[in-house]
Design a protein around this ligand. Structure first.
Ligand SMILES: Nc1ncnc2c1ncn2[C@@H]1O[C@H](COP(=O)(O)OP(=O)(O)OP(=O)(O)O)[C@@H](O)[C@H]1O
Ligand SMILES: [Mg+2]
Length: 590
């Protein structure tokens, strides 16, 4: 069990205080004992000096041997001590604690240490255990000399008195030390409690910071080391917070940049794991969710991309470009630039930038085809003109009847050439967006009428019926009159060309949302389903031979489409072979 810090501190303090208190107690107790002992010694020394004087005075008057015992008795009773008078040969002459007959039986005292010392120096002292009384005794002896009598006076004091005195002192000493101990332990407990409480506050705050909560500041009322520490933690927390905010800001800026890029961006770590992928690339590759952290192999199932990554890894620094094409779900062509990310001379990953160049490649293709088509279309009439001109030069000019026919053919082909060149010029102008549409509010009906009027003779010749459906309250459109006229004449021309005699052509207009919808419907040959998507391409004709025979170049519908789109409208077609076609387009209301 982990003890709380303040418990640990309290226990430690208690042990130290108890040991110190015990030491003090033992020291004081010993000192007191010594002191008492010395006091007793001094007193005894004085008593024995006094007793010697007394014996010296009284001794000359002693006549009988029992006189010594009486003398000893009187000395002992005065001092309250045991007094012994000993002859120089060690014979005990009298003793205050013994009767005369008992004194006679006592051993010779010559060898007692205090007696021996007194005989040699005049004074002797000894401390030892007395078997007679059964306690520690302090003995002091002095020699006396009263002329006829010489001997030793000895006083003895039981040391049990020291024990008694120190026992009396022991109790208050112990009590006061115990009180001191309790006070010390209490204050240690309180100090460590408050100390550890403040440490707990610090540690709680530090934990909060570690979990990313920087909102709290630590307030410690006392300004000491812990106060300083609290200030440091507050500073640190503020610093970390501002750093994190900075990093977050950088990150969101980077994210905004990546998000707004039309190019796809992929960052892969050296182990091939996806670090970052932006929205554009996810859209190119049809990736759902966030694949960060997963293996590139499972995220992008494209061999070309994989090859690009491993090749970049294998090669030195630099940017490597390659073109990859994805076929599913639609064909897109991506130009990939790959480069190693090297930081502090260490490979950090690979950065791949994907440009969608599908449209670019498609336009290149269209342009190539267009050039080929144009040359082909021009060559036919030019070859025919040259052929007839040669024939004329070779003598046909003289043949008046044929010559006229030939010149007429040359004229027709030239006319066709001019129309073709005009169409191409129109188309490229409209396409380039250089032509200002000069839009103005227009009524649709008069423009349609005008276009139809131009074909009146042809309708009649082909026996085709014309129907018109214009509602009375049709809103005006915002358009360029000439261009819209061209749209009408192209669509009517087609309807007429591809509708056999006896058919019907219906021209109608209606309001549709914020636009006006115009439809030209015929009952002609129709267009096969698989061709419908291509008829708006330049030079595209369903039946080349037939169309050319009818004088078509295949540019009509692509001009129509561009004009409508330049006005902000849409064009569409509905058709069924042998049943007829409906071409519709919308124009914005004025
Ligand atoms: N109303 C229609 N009915 C059937 N097929 C059509 C109709 N309109 C267009 N098409 C088909 O679409 C092709 C492309 O038409 P587009 O108007 O671009 O060329 P064109 O009519 O052949 O030549 P141009 O209009 O340049 O004289 C035509 O060749 C024809 O095959
Ligand atoms: Mg046409």
């Amino acid at each position: 069990v982990a003890l709380k810090i303040h418990h640990k501190l309290t226990i430690l303090f208690c042990v130290i205080f108890a040991a110190v208190t015990l030491g003090i107690f033992i020291f004081l107790y010993q000192t007191l004992r010594e002191h008492t002992y010395h006091r007793i010694q001094d007193n005894l020394r004085k008593s024995v000096a006094f007793a010697e004087m007394y014996v010296r005075e009284k001794a000359p008057h002693i006549t009988a041997p029992q006189g010594w015992d009486t003398l000893a008795d009187s000395i002992g009773s005065v001092n309250g001590l045991r007094a012994t008078i000993i002859a120089r040969d060690g014979t005990v002459l009298g003793d205050s604690d013994l009767t005369l007959s008992e004194t006679r039986k006592v051993d010779n005292h010559r060898q007692r240490p205090e007696v021996d010392a007194a005989l040699r120096t005049g004074f002797g002292m000894s401390r030892r255990y007395s078997t007679t009384i059964g306690t520690d005794m302090l003995y002091m002896a002095r020699t006396f000399d009263s002329g006829p009598h010489k001997g030793i006076i000895r006083l003895a004091l039981p040391l049990s008195e020291i024990g008694y005195i120190s026992d009396e002192l022991k109790k208050p000493l112990a009590v006061s030390l115990a009180i001191a101990l309790i006070v010390a332990v209490l204050s240690a407990f309180l100090t460590s409690f408050f100390f550890s409480r403040r440490i707990a506050i610090l540690s709680r705050a530090a934990k909060k910071i570690a979990t990313g909560d920087f909102s709290r500041r630590i307030h410690l009322s006392v300004k000491d080391v812990l106060g300083d520490l609290a200030d440091s933690i507050n500073d640190m927390s503020a610093q970390v917070r501002s750093r994190i905010e900075e990093v977050g800001l950088e990150k969101s800026r980077l994210e905004a940049v990546l998000l707004s890029m039309v190019e796809g961006v992929l960052v892969v770590d050296p182990q091939g794991k996806v670090l970052l992928i932006n929205a554009a690339l996810k859209e190119f590759l049809h990736i759902e969710g966030n694949p960060a952290g997963r293996n590139t192999l499972e995220v992008i199932r494209n061999a070309d991309v994989q090859e690009n990554i491993s090749e970049t890894l294998a090669r030195g620094p630099g940017v490597y470009s390659s073109e990859i094409s994805l076929l599913y779900p639609e064909e897109i062509i991506l130009l990939v630039h790959a480069t190693k990310i090297i930081r502090e001379e260490k490979l950090d990953g690979i950065l791949l930038v994907f440009h969608n160049i599908t449209e670019l490649r498609r336009l290149e293709q269209v342009r190539k085809e267009f050039a080929a088509n144009v040359s082909h279309e021009l060559r036919t009439p030019v070859a025919s003109i040259k052929g007839y001109a040669e024939t004329l030069l070779d003598g046909a000019l003289e043949d008046k009847e044929n010559a006229r026919d030939f010149v007429e053919i040359i004229y027709k082909d030239t006319d066709r050439l001019i129309r073709l060149i005009n169409d191409i010029l129109d188309l490229s102008q409209i396409e380039s967006g250089r032509v200002d549409m000069n839009c103005a509010p227009l009524k649709i009906e008069p423009i349609a009428e005008k276009a139809l009027a131009a074909f009146r003779k042809d309708f009649h010749k082909k026996n085709v019926v014309i129907k018109k459906r214009f509602p009375g309250q049709l809103p005006a459109v915002l358009a360029n009159e000439d261009r819209i006229g061209l749209v009408f004449s192209n669509l009517i021309d087609n309807a007429l060309k591809y509708t056999p005699s006896g058919g019907t052509i219906t021209v109608s207009a209606a309001e549709s949302g914020d636009k006006v919808l115009i439809e030209i419907k015929d009952t002609g040959m129709g267009i096969p389903d698989k061709e419908i998507s291509r008829i708006f391409e330049r030079f595209y004709r369903v039946d080349k031979a037939r169309s050319r025979e009818l004088g078509g170049t295949g540019l009509g519908l692509s001009i129509v489409k561009h004009i409508v789109q330049a006005h902000g409208g849409d064009i569409f077609v509905e058709s069924r072979p042998d049943q007829g076609s409906t071409f519709g387009f919308t124009l914005p209301q004025a």
